[in-house]
Design a protein around this ligand. Structure first.
Ligand code: AMP
Length: 191
């Protein structure tokens, strides 16, 4: 089962991805986590992407696609995976479709977590306070840039997936448990 978890920064994609990982035993592929790991280790990739991430802009599509293609080819992805934070642009979505179809695969569900911008700011700022791991991009200033980028470059993916009949919109302002149950139902029925 291949799932895209879709929503703006702070929508709760990571939290819900963790739950799906344990319920369905498929790995979470977060491009944000992969890039942060690269920054941490100081690899060539990390050095290249750090300033872009800190500013709240998007890393270029070719770099992201290389990372995802390599990760999807790993053994533990053979029963499916959850994409968290990818795709984020139309070219990324088109390339993903091509990549999957070249392997005889396809996306099963696009779960959209719908959350108002005003709620996102509060959530991200409390994530920044609660977390021991400091994210340079979890600040009010960078968040407004990330939301702008989301609305301009990522939100256009919604009609793209709607046309494919894959999109399932969930009210992301409900409690974590309720959201989790709704996602579970969708995935359980469509397995
Ligand atoms: P995230 O943890 O998903 O919010 O990602 C943190 C940052 O990593 C983003 O603000 C981007 O700079 C970069 N990033 C993560 N995923 C992507 C992607 N699919 N395309 C471009 N940039 C990405």
């Amino acid at each position: 089962m291949i799932i895209v978890l879709f929503g703006p920064p702070g929508a709760g994609k990571g939290t819900q991805a963790n739950k799906i990982v344990s319920d369905f035993s498929i790995p979470q592929l977060s491009t944000g986590d992969m890039l942060r790991a690269a920054v941490q280790t100081g690899s060539e990739l990390g050095i290249k992407v750090k300033a872009i991430m800190d500013s709240g802009s998007l890393v270029d599509d070719a770099t992201i696609l290389d990372i995802i293609e390599a990760r999807i080819s790993e053994d533990n992805c053979s029963d499916g995976f959850i994409l968290d934070g990818f795709p984020r642009t139309i070219p990324q979505a088109e390339s993903l479709d091509k990549l999957l179809s070249s392997k005889g695969l396809h996306i099963d569900h696009v779960i959209v977590l719908d959350v108002d911008d005003s709620v996102l700011l509060d959530r991200i700022l409390s994530r920044a306070t609660a977390s021991t791991e400091v994210r340079q991009d979890d600040t009010a200033q960078v968040l407004s840039r990330r939301l702008k980028v989301y609305n301009e470059q990522t939100a256009p993916l919604l009609p793209y997936y709607e046309r494919q009949g894959l999109q399932r919109i969930i009210d992301g302002m409900q409690g974590i448990e309720e959201i989790g149950q709704q996602i579970y139902k969708i995935l359980q029925n469509g397995k």
